[in-house]
Design a binder for this molecule. Structure first.
Ligand code: GDP
Length: 433
């Protein structure tokens, strides 16, 4: 429960063993009662305003759990004056009461829904306020620009304009650079959140399903299976050594195993087009067939890795083969069956997507489309301001688009965002968060 009546409601339903005064950050042992009858033996944690999640008086009742008892306790709370929280209401109050900004509130959902350790880590960093701090820093830069402009507005008799103009232009460049960098980080943010959309293609018997199974069986893999965009495709989310992969059309690979119908070139083209990464697998014991060449042609303009499989046998294909090199310069010799070269494959993926720890840990990363769109809008406004300056208009006119930059950034942290958007954001939360 959260709110000013928390403790008075608690008083009516909870009989603590120790009746001493309520202190924040303490836990009391006792019983939930309804008309003298003990409903459950519980522990209640107390949080006194303003030192709580919502900044209001709060308590948490820890019962033995189970549906019946929890329902009953909830019912008793409601009967005694509490109201059922909306989805995300606790976090919403924390935001409305100013304990966290909107950006941090949104990261709570990311942390809860994280499918990989990396995603959770990025969420936690956002919750801690790393991105908020960066946005604040850019906002401060813009406020500094405004100050410079004020000087020009207030003292037009001084001949400061030339100097200020150049200064303002330089400052805008810096702001634009910072914003562009944030925008670019979304590439990685998207990968962290959604995984690298990976397609495994190759002619029948090259080793596609063996590779798929090896990846999915990997000891440290966390696999989440869910339906793909079309009904009969399955996409699987795996994190291996911190690399999030979304394997597309895994159903296709499996079906092809059991059925007469094998994955044709048309299908391979279709999935290759949808992918961020294509793994083309070839049987290295055989000469390149027409089908192999067609597969190689599909990957020419993509991030792709060629696997020369079955090197435990008598491989005849060479890494130096110009027909391979023309398609991709990332060629690895592997034996999926003997699990040789699989680690090198993961390393290659890490390298291709610049996903190494050092790179990611030092970067502030945007993972949320809403934030990315607003940053793009802010960049547009910076460009607009630069154009306005070129028109040699009075300073107060220049101030207009500059204020708009601030406004876009304020929507990220929540100061200038509409109530509708706020409601929409919190509606995505689950109950009790
Ligand atoms: P797919 O049709 O492309 O899915 O190919 P599979 O994964 O079903 O593999 C076809 C056959 O090749 C199976 O009998 C596998 O056991 C075998 N195979 C796959 N990888 C290797 C490998 O690295 N070495 C050897 N010797 N056989 C392999």
């Amino acid at each position: 429960m959260s709110g000013e009546n928390t403790f008075s409601i608690l008083e009516k339903i909870f009989q603590p063993k120790n009746r001493k005064e309520i202190k924040g950050y303490t836990i009391k042992y006792g019983f939930i009662l309804e008309q003298e009858e003990v409903i459950d033996e519980v522990l209640v944690s107390y949080f006194k305003a303003p030192k709580s999640y919502t900044t209001e008086d709060m308590c948490e009742i820890n019962s033995h759990g189970g549906t019946i008892i929890c329902q009953k306790i909830l019912e008793i709370c409601l009967k005694n004056g509490a109201e059922l929280a909306e989805p995300g209401e606790f976090t919403k109050r924390a935001f409305l009461n100013g304990r966290i900004d909107l950006l941090q509130a949104e990261s709570v959902i990311d942390v809860i829904h994280a499918k990989s350790e990396r995603e959770a880590k990025t969420g936690i960093q956002q919750l801690e306020g790393k991105l908020s701090k960066k946005i604040k820093e850019i906002k401060q830069d813009i406020l500094d620009i405004m100050v410079n402009l004020e000087v020009a507005i207030d003292y037009p008799e001084y001949d400061v304009e030339e100097v200020t103009e150049q200064q303002i232009k330089n400052m805008l460049e810096i702001v634009e650079e910072k914003l562009e960098k944030l925008k670019d980080s979304f590439e990685n943010g998207k990968i962290i959140k959604e995984g690298i959309r990976t397609a495994i293609i190759g002619k029948p018997n090259a080793g596609k399903s063996s590779l798929l199974n090896t990846i999915l069986k990997e000891e440290r893999a966390i696999v989440t299976e869910y339906e793909g965009t079309t009904r009969d495709t399955i996409e699987e989310f795996v994190t291996i050594n911190g690399i999030p992969l979304k394997l597309i059309d895994t159903a296709g690979i499996r079906q092809a195993k059991d059925e007469v119908e094998k994955i044709g070139i048309a299908k391979a083209r279709e999935i290759a087009e949808k992918a961020d990464l294509v793994i083309a697998i070839l049987d290295s014991t055989k000469e390149l067939s027409q089908e192999d060449l067609e597969i190689l042609s599909l990957i020419q303009n993509k991030k792709a890795i060629i696997l020369l499989n079955k090197t435990d046998l008598n491989p005849i294909l060479k890494k130096e083969d110009p027909r391979l090199l023309q398609a991709s310069k990332h060629i690895l010799k592997v034996s999926v069956l003997k699990e040789i070269g699989i680690e090198a494959l993961y390393e290659k993926i890490t390298e291709l997507f610049q996903l190494n720890e050092i790179y990611l840990d030092n970067e502030i990363i945007i993972t949320n489309v809403r934030h990315k769109n607003l940053i793009e809008k802010a960049i547009e406004k910076v460009k607009k301001t630069k154009m306005v300056i070129e028109e040699k208009v009075p300073s107060d006119i220049i101030a207009i688009p500059i204020k708009e930059i601030l406004e876009e950034l304020g929507k990220i942290t929540g100061e200038t965002v509409s109530e509708d958007i706020i409601n929409e954001i919190f509606a995505k939360f689950c109950l009790g968060k």
